[in-house]
Design a binder for this molecule. Structure first.
Ligand code: GLU
Length: 477
């Protein structure tokens, strides 16, 4: 398995549909996808719905639509099928049975008849003695007649792994070589019946039978990895190459949570983010390209992830950076696309789009938006004069003799024509009349902007004037 040629890369993402799909899962999916793409390999999606009680169709749908939105397409898996299916653990019972039989035959698993009550009591005792609990192997030592007698009585049983004393060695691409003593894992359960494998056993059988070569996943799976390595060995196989990435942190260096804003992938979509900058940001959480670019086009990402080399320390999800990248992306999009997206959110919010210069207004507001949804604030603001943010200094500007004079001039010039909009000539006329009165530069632009918009910043003042109806401007003067 160490000699893997590029065409043999088989990489998978194996989510459990037991909760909302967050940026952590999205990054894992992305890393695996990029590793497969960059090496000309295959990217597999496998749904780990072994835990039937916690698995939910709603979450599975969320995973699939999030991946689609992010542009992470799978070569094998749900909806597309493939040669190693089914790609749902809940449908792979027969395959687990086959592998379990192999272990039974080799004497590497044994039936355990210990009742829940007995096990709970033993766990309780261990807890009281402050010693870690591992199964004591009671049933491992049953003679075949004792086993047969219990089977005849139809005593409920599970299959346990017959662990042997040794060091379990994980050669991890990020953590390096990590060892633990197998005794710490005990004789863990691999199946509760022939076709009902436990989580770790199904995970191993799937990776093995789907010929998976590389596994990138969160380091919360580190403890599982040791059990899995033992199972791979018991099945006479080498494990895939593992890379356990540190979890993503919020900017307070704690585990990323709702408190930091959106964490569900589709929430970003709802909030008007584009998937491209999100993918760009996710890709750089733990991985760094050779040339330190800040914006990496997708085609380049899909080529630059040839090797697994990630940071050992946890990466921080930086909302400010994402906003910056999203704003940058938005500004570089073709105008028709931006207009269509703006119109979509504004229409959904039932905003009036009948203004004759609506498209020009939207495009002029584009630079103030970090996400598409930001237009929901800037667009109505454009039509409403608000003086909420005006302070004392602004009031002084507005009340000065010069400013009052300027507003009168503007009123005069603007009311001369019956045209719906102010023309560039009229604006020039105002500029030159004001100049004659010694009103120019700051003393022209600041008070006029404050008076017309009620704000300190926004689009260029002349643009604002040309885009607003004459009557609206006059009423603000
Ligand atoms: N199903 C596991 C999860 O959703 C991932 C297992 C793996 O990648 O090996 O966390």
């Amino acid at each position: 398995m160490t000699e893997i040629s590029p065409a043999n890369f088989r990489v998978r993402f194996a989510p459990s549909p037991t909760g909302s799909f967050h940026v952590g899962g999205a990054r894992t999916a992305l890393f695996n996808y990029l590793l497969a793409k960059s090496n000309g390999g295959v990217f597999v999606l496998r749904i780990e719905d072994t835990d039937a009680e916690r698995s939910n169709l709603k979450f599975e749908r969320e995973i699939l639509s999030s991946l689609k939105w992010l542009g992470i397409a799978w070569d094998e898996g749900p909806e597309v099928g493939g040669p190693f299916g089914p790609y749902y653990q809940s449908e792979r019972g027969e395959i687990y049975e086959k592998f379990l039989n192999q272990l039974i035959k080799a004497g590497k698993v044994y039936p355990c008849f210990c009742s829940q009550e007995i096990l709970t009591a033993k766990k309780e005792l261990a807890r009281k003695n402050a010693s870690p609990y591992v199964y004591d192997g009671t049933c491992r030592h049953l003679s075949s007649s004792e086993v047969n007698e219990r089977l005849a009585r139809k005593v409920k049983f599970v299959y346990r792994f017959a662990n042997v004393k040794k060091n379990v060695i994980l050669k991890d691409k990020i953590k390096g070589e990590v060892k633990i003593a197998s005794e710490l894992l005990g004789d863990f359960i691999v199946a509760t019946s022939k076709r009902k494998a436990t989580y770790n056993f199904s995970n191993v059988v799937d990776d093995l039978s789907m010929k998976i070569t590389h596994v990138i996943r969160g380091d919360d799976h580190l403890t599982n990895a040791f059990k899995q390595i033992l199972l791979f060995e018991a099945l006479g196989s080498l494990p895939p190459i593992f890379a356990h990435v540190p979890l993503i942190l919020g900017d307070n260096k704690e585990k990323l949570s709702k408190r930091h804003g959106a964490v569900g992938v589709l929430e970003f979509k709802k909030k008007g983010y584009y998937s491209e900058p999100l993918v760009n940001h996710l890709a750089l959480l733990g991985w760094s390209p050779k040339d330190e670019e800040e914006v990496i086009p997708r085609e380049k990402l899909e080529k630059s992830f040839e090797e697994i080399s990630f940071a050992k320390s946890p990466a921080v999800f930086d909302y400010e950076r994402l906003n910056y990248l999203n704003g940058l992306y938005l500004r570089n999009l073709p105008e028709e696309r931006v207009l269509a997206d703006f119109r979509e959110v504004l229409t959904a919010a039932e905003m009036d789009l009948t203004h004759p210069k609506v498209d020009e207004i939207l495009l002029s507001l584009k630079n103030q938006c970090k996400s598409i949804n930001d237009i929901l604030k800037h667009y109505p603001d454009f039509f409403v004069r608000s003086s909420d943010s005006l302070g004392e200094e602004d009031m002084e500007w507005l009340k000065s003799e010069k400013s009052l004079k300027l507003f009168r001039l503007a009123s005069d010039v603007f009311s001369k024509s019956k045209e719906a909009f102010i023309s560039p000539e009229e604006f020039k006329e105002l500029v030159s009349l004001a100049k004659q009165e010694g009103i120019k530069g700051k003393s022209f632009f600041i008070p006029l902007r404050l008076q017309l918009t009620g704000r300190h910043s926004g689009m260029e003042l002349n643009k604002f004037i040309f885009l607003n109806r004459r009557e609206d401007l006059l009423s603000r003067l």
